[in-house]
Design a protein around this ligand. Structure first.
Ligand SMILES: *Cc1c(COP(=O)(O)O)cnc(C)c1O
Length: 356
């Protein structure tokens, strides 16, 4: 199998001459910047937000490089993972012609983003054990299949995909394999980042929205070969990450120990919540989770969902997803929130069956 990145890229993207800001050619050398029509007087705010930010967020990338053990040049930062997904589709998939493969039940944005980009979505459902169905996937692959999205740990099922299956796809699929590791910090499985040196077709996505607790800042991470990172930089909006987010992200990255502590607490709370939920007669299954949520199967998911909503407790009803009949996805809360949830479960247990 010979992987040819340029051949996978859409023709218009291959030929694209990206937007260039004159500024970064002179960074550090000049003292009078009259090139970008900014407000030279400043802004109403204390902090200096009047200048356009670094389009490549090098400071943030250097800090990430240290933590992740990967060169800063192999990192792209998106305005949330959602931007990374959208860019991947726009770089590789010709609208109305190319297709991608997803493995439901899985994260909804792959399909939404493909729909927006007029890219066909082919679905290779997970096995009964929520693992990749390699033969189904390969039966769907044709010359127009550009990307396979694999989510591990998977949302909403919470389990890791087998590492051997991911490697099998890397060795046998001649397009881009995106491995979405949004929940990797909660998992016992190691990240695929170290496979980047072996597989030029691999894109690993992570995010600062989950374990790092920065969902509001919109910092999605992408790790890939220099060639792929180059394409992302060419296609992204020039200033996709704003200065406030980059600065706050950098501040957070200096506090790894806070995050590690939060991960430990979350994992411990997840495991104890799982065993307590299993005690209820109406809970038919709590799926093993490697993430910061639990997929819980009950006898009447819609009824329980509305009961919880009525008590001001919002969970995610996933019962319409394939293989998730009567399943709710429940995020691990604070110790107090978890107790409130369990108290509501107690009440549901005692509630008389709804009148038909
Ligand atoms: C939450 C989540 C993300 C993160 O999205 P952001 O846009 O970075 O907040 C990515 N992938 C999956 C599977 C998720 O569940």
């Amino acid at each position: 199998m010979s992987f040819d990145l340029q051949q996978l890229v859409r023709t218009n993207i291959r030929q694209l001459k990206p937007y260039a800001s004159a500024r970064h050619e002179f960074e550090g050398e000049a003292s009078v910047y009259l090139d970008a029509n900014e407000n030279s007087l400043g802004s109403p705010l204390q902090e200096a937000f009047n200048r356009y930010p670094d389009p490549l967020q090098w400071q943030l990338k250097f800090a990430l490089a240290k933590i992740k053990g990967v060169p800063a040049e192999n990192i792209f930062i998106g305005n949330g993972s959602d931007e990374v997904i959208d860019l991947a589709l726009r770089i590789f998939c010709e609208p109305g012609r190319d297709n991608i493969i997803i493995c439901p039940p899985t994260y909804g944005m792959y399909e939404v983003s493909a729909g927006i980009n007029a890219v066909e979505v082919r679905k290779a459902g997970l096995t009964a054990g929520f693992q990749l169905n390699l033969s189904t996937i390969m039966n769907l692959v044709d010359a127009q299949t550009k990307i396979i999205f694999v989510c591990s740990p998977n949302n909403p099922t919470g389990n890791n995909m087998h590492r051997e299956d991911i490697e099998w796809l890397l060795n046998n699929f001649n397009g881009i394999l995106v491995v979405d590791e949004a929940y990797i910090n909660f998992s016992r499985q190691k990240t695929c980042i170290q496979e980047l040196t072996t597989y030029p077709s691999l894109i690993v996505m992570q995010t600062l929205s989950k374990a790092w607790g920065l969902a509001a800042l919109r910092l999605g991470l992408c790790f890939a070969s220099l060639g792929i990172i180059d394409l992302f930089n060419k296609v992204k909006p020039p200033y996709n990450i704003n200065k406030a987010s980059a600065a706050l992200g950098l501040e957070a990255l200096a506090q790894v120990s806070w995050v590690n502590e939060a991960i430990q607490q979350t994992v411990a709370a997840r495991n104890s919540l799982a065993s307590r939920l299993e005690q209820y007669a109406f809970v038919t299954k709590v799926f093993e989770s490697e993430a910061n949520f639990l997929l819980v199967q009950v006898t009447d998911a819609n009824g329980l969902y509305h009961f919880l909503t009525g008590k001001g407790i919002i969970v995610r009803n996933r019962s319409r997803e394939p293989g998730c009949e009567n399943c709710l996805r429940i995020t691990i809360g604070t110790p107090q929130e978890n107790e409130i949830l369990l108290a509501a479960f107690d009440n549901w247990q005692q509630a008389p069956p709804a009148q038909q």
